[in-house]
Design a protein. Structure first.
Length: 116
């Protein structure tokens, strides 16, 4: 995956059924998967990297589909989002591979920005 500053870099989709999700997307599109625990699987082979987030059998909540952008400097981008009127709804936190935060844009859409 190439990480380009200010680009859409990753997409997360809600997941209710881990095994069925992998079987479906592998059968239909040939996607490959990496398990990151019982509640998260990443996929490759879709011309953009992404993942499925959710617990087996638990109804998906907002935001549903999550667009994840990449930023070279996460702290600077958090400041930019705040100054432009974005609402920070999940402050910067670490995950395997980097850090990210979530925000709402002026339309109420939830997005995330991550950095290595």
């Amino acid at each position: 995956m190439s990480n380009k500053n200010n680009s859409i870099n990753y997409i997360e989709l809600p997941m209710l059924k881990n095994t069925e999700t992998k079987t479906f997307y592998n059968t239909v599109f040939g996607w490959k998967f990496t398990d990151w625990g019982p509640d998260y699987i990443s996929f490759s082979g879709a011309n953009i990297d992404g993942g499925f987030n959710g617990m087996d059998g638990v109804t998906a909540n907002t935001p549903g589909v999550l667009i994840v952008l990449y930023a070279d400097n996460l702290d600077e981008k958090l400041n930019d989002v705040t100054k432009a009127g974005g609402e920070i709804i999940k402050p910067i936190y670490e995950f395997p591979g980097g850090k990210r935060f979530h925000f709402r844009d002026p339309n109420g859409n939830e997005l995330a920005i991550w950095s290595e």
